[in-house]
Design a protein around this ligand. Sequence first.
Ligand SMILES: Cc1cc2nc3c(=O)[nH]c(=O)nc-3n(C[C@H](O)[C@H](O)[C@H](O)COP(=O)(O)OP(=O)(O)OC[C@H]3O[C@@H](n4cnc5c(N)ncnc54)[C@H](O)[C@@H]3O)c2cc1C
Length: 420
Amino acid sequence: MVVARCLGWVLLVHQTLLVAVWDPSKLPPSPLDKSEFDYIVVGAGSAGSVVASRLSEDPNVTVLLLEAGEVDSQTEIHVPLAYVDLQLSPVDWAEQTVPQKHACGGLEGRRARWPRGKVLGGSSSINAMIYVRGNREDYDRWREMGAEGWSYREVLPYFKKSEDFRGRGDDEFHGTGGYLTVSQSTQFRTLAARSFVEGTKELGYEEVDNNGRSQLGVSFPQYTIKDGWRLSTARAFLHPVRGNRENLYVVTGKSVRSLSFAPGASPTVDGVRVVDTKDCANGEEKVVKARREVILTASTVGTTKILLLSGIGPKGHLEDVGIPVRADLPVGENLQDHIMVPVGYVAPRIPINETISLSEQHASESGRGTRVPGHWRRGRENRPRFRHHLLRRKSRPEAHEEHQRIAGGGTANVWRGSNG
Ligand SMILES: Cc1cc2nc3c(=O)[nH]c(=O)nc-3n(C[C@H](O)[C@H](O)[C@H](O)COP(=O)(O)OP(=O)(O)OC[C@H]3O[C@@H](n4cnc5c(N)ncnc54)[C@H](O)[C@@H]3O)c2cc1C
């Protein structure tokens, strides 16, 4: 027990140090003063962290990665079990939809909460970590519609290159040795989950690898979790290269308000207009130029907003709100989202119903905090008690102290890392 506790602390201190070591202020000084880069990537989320990491593999180009949120130093980001606590916290944009005509009938004002990550790693730092690739037929349809290089056959090698698969599945669809660990813990499969899978099979459905040959069937999920810790794309693709890529500049706490355009009749993007996130509405803009490309990876909502504010969008709508039109395009239309219907029930026996010490739970890969609430693809059977458990943890003074130590000195200075 003592050994486990010590080991737990060693791992936590190690993790905290990793966070502390990557302080963007230690990157090359004042990146924004440089004011010209080959590539500017906007938004360090699921997509942006990967794109910036891959582009900067070429030492001959400079890459600036701009992120509106701060460094991913909050403990709850890294402990899988704590993920539900991240919503409505400072790492969530915490937005709401407008009232819906055809959905959200059971919600107040017919509005849904729309969580999105606002931190290094973006939504991959706050999501449920279930690793699900797009459906083969979608990729193939995009290819048929003209997107060269996007058929499933063509994207599969990149999925495999990225992956370090630690589970059991259809081998020809998985890779090993890549940056992104995909794991499949069997430690916390509840009786309910196992019964569901077995019951579904009795009804004639096949148990499948949902990132393999077919996504039709029933499966236990695969997770972007490495050795018991969340593996956001920032953790997978940026942290491992920090300090050894002189050409990669990562700046947090800065928001891109709009694109900047080269003078001339046809609009050509030549950079971005950046403000401090803290002072997004009134802050002074700085223009940073891109010699080659600006890549918008600020999420479905963030990218759309940047385009609209740059005058790229439906003419009528832009005119209504007084934005000069540069290109009349259907930006922001055809947004599709999946509605989630959680089915909750009380389980007579649950594996987690007591206060967990953050220091001991990560003593091994099978620590209780490594469990994802709703471990089973279609269930979130433990969530009510889990909430209770977290509240209880936070209400204990000694646990609060422990949390402060892990998070690097308390909630007030966790959000460091703004520079430039
Ligand atoms: C609570 C939750 C649970 C989820 N669970 C799962 C799951 O289990 N499995 C799964 O496959 N998917 C899940 N998803 C969805 C998945 O996480 C997202 O689809 C994916 O992360 C989107 O990636 P992205 O790169 O498009 O955007 P994001 O990862 O959201 O990244 C966008 C980044 O851009 C930054 N940004 C925005 N505007 C600006 C600006 N103006 N200037 C600078 N930076 C800006 C944001 O702060 C953010 O960091 C979940 C999402 C949420 C919110």
